[in-house]
Design a protein around this ligand. Structure first.
Ligand code: PMP
Length: 297
């Protein structure tokens, strides 16, 4: 995958810089220890033809909370970074894009606080992260980090070593993606997405506490309210999931993507007849501001 070419620009602390000329420090605390925070955001070409960053405020507010939770200096406001992102999108001539802001630390091999940090915003074109086919999902042998050891609600770079290991394990075993449990063995989330399952006309999703509070997850709640689909949050076991009618991952990069099976056991419902599919269609319309279709379902 090519993330940039010789024309691509990125934003680095107030400056528009060519991606091919931007530099980072090999002595950086972030590179050595995974000590950085980031966001994953998407923009879309709307039905009206404009460029719209989906849930921009929510994402940059979460970036700020992540930086504060990790004691990283964070000198920007959400509106400043939203403006900077629109500028990068325009300069890179992108409408449908993935947007990656990253706040990282300077050269520092100690574990001490930093007085400064760097912020960059990068953009590239990216297809749905997990593809568009129903996914064969495997319950991972890895669990999500203990929230008493990590601030699990911060989108911190180092947490993603756990995600990478789980996803690589699943793919090595012939699955499309992993599902991780929490430290108590309840189902939690995917390596880069939250999850819901459907049973008897209701949706269920792991409660907050051991998962990243996804902005797409919150959007699924909004859609369900709109469509009068009942949703319950709670602690659910892998055995409960195995008896579900259908399931899906949701995340900014993955969008809403259904599952074919869990640990080789196919879900019995036909995906196109599920409430989950209705949520998927509504999400597709919402991100491009095709509101009328949402109401018509
Ligand atoms: N869980 C994890 C571990 C993630 O990395 C992501 C992607 N940011 C999500 C859930 C979904 O979050 P969002 O909907 O805000 O993209």
């Amino acid at each position: 995958m090519n993330y940039y070419n010789e024309h691509t620009v990125l934003w680095l602390d107030g400056h528009i810089v060519k991606a091919s000329e931007a530099k980072t420090d090999l002595y950086g605390q972030s590179l050595h220890y995974g000590y950085a925070v980031f966001e994953g955001i998407r923009s879309y070409r709307t039905a009206a033809g404009t460029t719209k960053i989906f849930k921009a405020t929510e994402h940059f507010d979460r970036l700020k909370r992540s930086a504060e939770a990790c004691n990283l200096p964070y000198p920007y406001t959400t509106p400043e970074l939203i403006d900077a992102t629109y500028e990068v999108l325009e300069k890179n001539q992108l409408q449908d894009a993935y947007i990656r802001p990253l706040v990282y630390a300077p050269a520092n091999m100690s574990f001490n606080l930093n007085e400064t940090s760097f912020t960059t915003i990068q953009t590239w074109a990216m297809a749905p992260f997990l593809g568009e086919k129903l996914l064969k999902v495997m319950t991972s042998s890895f669990q999500r980090p203990n929230p008493k050891g990590f601030n699990i609600e911060a989108k911190a770079s180092g947490h993603y070593v756990n995600s990478i290991l789980a996803s690589q394990e699943a793919k090595a075993k012939g699955y499309d993606e992993a599902l991780l449990t929490d430290m108590n063995g309840f189902i939690a989330e995917g390596p880069g997405a939250n999850m819901f399952f459907e049973k008897d006309g209701r949706l269920f999703t792991p409660a907050l506490g051991n998962i990243l509070p996804g902005i797409t997850r919150a959007t699924v709640f909004e859609i369900c309210r709109e469509l009068s689909i009942p949703v319950e949050e709670g602690q659910f076991t892998p055995a409960q999931l195995a008896r579900a009618d259908a399931a899906f991952f949701c995340g900014t990069a993955a969008e809403v993507i259904g599952w074919d099976s869990i640990d080789g056991k196919a879900f019995p419902a036909d995906w196109k007849d599920t409430l989950s599919r209705k949520v998927q269609l509504a999400y597709k319309d919402l991100v491009i501001e095709k509101q009328h279709q949402l109401e018509a379902i």
